[in-house]
Structures are given as structure tokens and as C-alpha cells.
Design a protein around this ligand. Structure first.
Ligand code: ZN
Length: 344
């Protein structure tokens, strides 16, 4: 949403340096990059800097043999793409992760920093946010236009194959059998990979194949996968249930990406049922006696009057005039002298 976007983008820089020696926290296990500062208010007002440690990244990319790739990649094509684009795709994803991932957006006034609001989930979720931004944009034609990708399609495929293979399988070699995934980046990768795997099951976007006692995860539809990386809700009742757990007074106005995409409106109905009194559409509710909240038609996508199949499935064929009448009618309930927020 616009309130989460920075009005002016300030000083983002991304440089690569080669490391001659390291000490303190960076030794003996080295990071592959450094992002400073951490304080959100400095990042928002003055920008941030990302430095990638070039020779460390290079060494990291060359560590290990191709044996692991051949063991866990399903097709010859996947192996060839990885050999050809693997290192570059990894570096580009890391750069996007740092520069437009971590450095993007702003916290809405009055909302605490992730450390305050999300507590022990903050680091994993912040990493997930950065990864998702990188995954969404690495396949964008803009990467070619900017001259930073030889082929957005192939670099994208390589990066998606590698991400899913790693998130669901190969990163587990870092921990002992039976241990939990605890490190923030690893948790993030598993969260993102499992999420898109589960979300895409009905359309077979990522397929789990077991052959000769070996397990592979194969991507069948790269475009759908991109959509899943870019859209975390998509009518998920799981998210609605999480919202219901929030203890403070909450109202929910569903947007076009929440409609569920099942044409009958069944997913939408389910969300409405689960939300109960928290759901608003064509209605006015008073929040804490302090704010009037007016919601027009649900799942609206902006740009003219359009009623999706899902909304029609739940509410019937409502015309623009019906919709206007409903909004006027509910606005009569407005409590005067307190602010009104409307979502049309
Ligand atoms: Zn990160």
C-alpha cells in the first residue's frame, strides 16, 4: 500500500569489496555482506549502504563440488542452467535482496519496529521480505534493460530452481539430523519455500517427485510461482485465522487479492464466516469510539466499477447504483466529531 512506500528514496548504495583479513564477530565464520545502519529511522531519513564481500562470495560459490547439484537437481536442464547462470543468479538475488529488499518501504507512523512488534520472528520475517522482493524482481525484464542480467528468464529460472531446492532440501545439510531449523535466514528460506509449495499444490506449481528413493522438488510453472512469491495472502484462511488471534480491536476490509480465485466465492464466504463481526463490506463500523470506518464493496481492485466472480458468488450481481445506494445508506450511521476513514 502507498503508506508503506517511501516518498523519497534516499541514498541506497551497493558496492563490492575484496577482503584482506577479518577479526571480531566476522571471524572465523565470515558474513558475505554488510548492511548498515540497522536503525530504521536512520535508514528512512538518510538511506543505507550495502557492501558485498566479493572474494568471499566467489569462494562460497566455488566451495563444494557439483556432486550435490547432480544429487538433488531433477533434470539435465536444471543442472545446465545452474552451471551456466548459478553464481550470477545468486549474486543478483543477493544484491536485490539487500538493495530493494531490506532497504525498501517504510514503517507506518505509530507502528513499532519489527523487533518491537514481531519479537523473535522479526529477523526471519525481515529476511523473508527481502528474499521475496528479490525473487519477484529477478525475472523482471527491467533487469535486462538495466544491463544487470543477461536473460531475466534464464537467470530467474536458475534462481527459482536453486531457491526451492535449497529451501526445501539442501540447506538442511547445515544442521544435525533431528535438530530444528533455527537460524533466521534458514527459517526464512524454509518458510517461503514451504509456503509456495503448499499454495501451488492444487495447480501442481512445484511437484515433489520420489524416484529410486530420492526426493526432488521440480518447478512446473515458473510464472505461477512468481505470482505466489508476489502474493502472500490470496484468500488464505490461515491468515484470516491469524488476524482473529489479534487481541486489540480489529476490523478487516478484504482487497482484490483476498478474493480467493475460485469463481464460486466459496473461499471468500469462508473468510467472511471466520472473521465474523470483524469483517466489513458495504458497512460502517465505529472503531473504539474513535474512528468511523466505512467500507464500500469488498475485494475492489481500483480503476472503475468491477465486481469479480467471487464477489458475485457471495453477494449476487450488484450493480454500481446498488453499490452507491448501500454506501450512502451505511454512511448515515457515521458518528459525528470523530474522524472517518473510508475504503472505496
Ligand atoms: Zn538479509
Amino acid at each position: 500500500m502507498d503508506i508503506h512506500k517511501k516518498k523519497n528514496v534516499v541514498g541506497i548504495s551497493y558496492n563490492t569489496v575484496n577482503v584482506a583479513g577479518e577479526a571480531g564477530d566476522a571471524s572465523p565464520s565470515t558474513p558475505i555482506g554488510i548492511n548498515l545502519p540497522n536503525a530504521n529511522w536512520i535508514r528512512a531519513n538518510h538511506g543505507s549502504k550495502s557492501i558485498s564481500l566479493g572474494n568471499i562470495l566467489y569462494a562460497y560459490g566455488n566451495a563444494g563440488s557439483s556432486g550435490r547439484l547432480e544429487e538433488f537437481a531433477y533434470s539435465k536442464e536444471e543442472i545446465e542452467l545452474e552451471k551456466k547462470y548459478g553464481k550470477d543468479a545468486d549474486n543478483l538475488h543477493t544484491a536485490l535482496h539487500e538493495v530493494i529488499g531490506h532497504a525498501s518501504g517504510q514503517i507506518v507512523d505509530g507502528v513499532g519496529t519489527p523487533k518491537e512488534t514481531l519479537k523473535n520472528y522479526a529477523s526471519s520475517l525481515e529476511e523473508a521480505r527481502a528474499d521475496l522482493v528479490g525473487l519477484y524482481f529477478i525475472v523482471d525484464k527491467k533487469m535486462e534493460e538495466l544491463g544487470i542480467s543477461p536473460s531475466s528468464k534464464d537467470m530467474g529460472r536458475t534462481s527459482y530452481d536453486g531457491y526451492i531446492r535449497n529451501g526445501l532440501m539442501t540447506q538442511l545439510i547445515r544442521i544435525k539430523l533431528g535438530d530444528d531449523v533455527e537460524q533466521a535466514h534458514m527459517r526464512n528460506r524454509q518458510t517461503v519455500s514451504k509456503w509456495v509449495y503448499e499454495k501451488g499444490l492444487s495447480e501442481n506449481v512445484i511437484e515433489k517427485i520420489v524416484e529410486n528413493d530420492k526426493t526432488y522438488f521440480v518447478i512446473n510453472d515458473y510464472e505461477k510461482l512468481r505470482e505466489l512469491f508476489g502474493d502472500i495472502s490470496d484468500g488464505s484462511v490461515k491468515i484470516i485465522k491469524k488476524i482473529n488471534e489479534i487481541k486489540i480491536p480489529t476490523f478487516v476490509i478484504l482487497g482484490n487479492h483476498d478474493r480467493g480465485k475460485d469463481s464460486t466465492g466459496e473461499t471468500l464466504s469462508k473468510q467472511i464466516r471466520v472473521l465474523g463481526g470483524k469483517y466489513i463490506a458495504w458497512d460502517l463500523k465505529v472503531f473504539n469510539n474513535q474512528i468511523n470506518l466505512l467500507s464500500a464493496r469488498p475485494c475492489s481492485s481500483g480503476g472503475g466499477y468491477y465486481l469479480s466472480k467471487e464477489v458475485k458468488g457471495v453477494y449476487g450481481p450488484i450493480t454500481e447504483q446498488d453499490s452507491i445506494n448501500k454506501i450512502i445508506k451505511c454512511s448515515e450511521k457515521t458518528v459525528e466529531d470523530i474522524p472517518l476513514i473510508k475504503k472505496l
